[in-house]
Design a protein around this ligand. Structure first.
Ligand code: SAH
Length: 213
């Protein structure tokens, strides 16, 4: 898909907007400024690609609002070469942001249709993530432990199995709560079996669902 001057101009405005909303990490803003979000959306929504809003993708799911993507990424504090587990690949847009920050990304999606679509979108753009079709509740025990874990769907509680796959010194970010709205939670693993949990405002995500389809 073409990335025109119009797209680039709109993207610059989007970056200004999320900066105004409070995102400070330059690397995160740069990533948002670089990634053609319109390539991750259905053609019927492309004219909205650079609005700071969530939009429908296939399988009744959504591509997250850019501000939310930036907020979660900032909270995660990504370092180059971090090994990151992402639960909920969806469109693959958040995956691209993590890759732009120099991380090795392992991302799981429970809808086969979305997994396949994200795989082709990301590869067309030249990104090299490790994508998996499966149930994120299980994580990826054979690929872990991870420096960072990011859940991009609303979890009723933080899955124990995922905490087990977090390295000591690692950070896990997840929206936790019911369907109406969720608290953004950061878990820092300070030692084996020692966690510090903090809360970072309210957001709305599609639910994290067990199994795969
Ligand atoms: N990061 C995505 C957000 C997609 S919405 C983006 O930027 O586009 C959340 C995604 O999580 C949906 O695609 C949904 O199917 C997926 N999901 C929900 N429960 C899951 C689970 N148990 N395992 C893997 N993916 C899951």
């Amino acid at each position: 898909m073409e990335d025109s001057f119009l797209h680039k101009g709109l993207r610059k405005k989007l970056v200004d907007e999320i900066r105004r909303k409070g995102i400070k990490t330059e690397e995160v803003l740069e990533a948002i400024g670089k990634i053609p979000r319109h390539s991750f959306m259905d053609s019927s929504f492309i004219t909205f690609a650079y609005k700071d809003q969530a939009f429908p993708i296939a399988a009744g799911q959504t591509i997250s609002q850019p501000y939310t993507v930036a907020f979660q990424t900032e909270l995660l504090q990504v370092n180059k070469r971090d090994k990151i587990l992402e639960i909920g690949t969806g469109s693959g847009y958040q995956t691209a942001v993590l890759l732009e920050l120099g991380a090795a990304v392992f991302s799981v999606e429970r809808f086969r249709e979305l997994y396949l679509k994200a795989k082709s979108t990301l590869s067309e753009l030249g990104y090299r993530p490790q994508l998996f079709y499966g149930d994120g509740y299980q994580g990826l025990p054979t690929y872990g432990p991870f420096d960072r874990i990011l859940i991009t769907a609303a979890a009723p509680a933080i899955p124990e199995q995922l905490l087990d796959q977090l390295k000591t010194g690692g950070r896990l970010v997840a929206p936790v709560g019911g369907t109406a709205s969720q608290k953004m939670i950061l878990v820092e693993k300070t030692a084996e079996n020692n966690y510090i949990t903090s809360e970072h405002g309210y957001f709305i995500f599609v639910p994290m669902v067990k199994g795969k389809e």
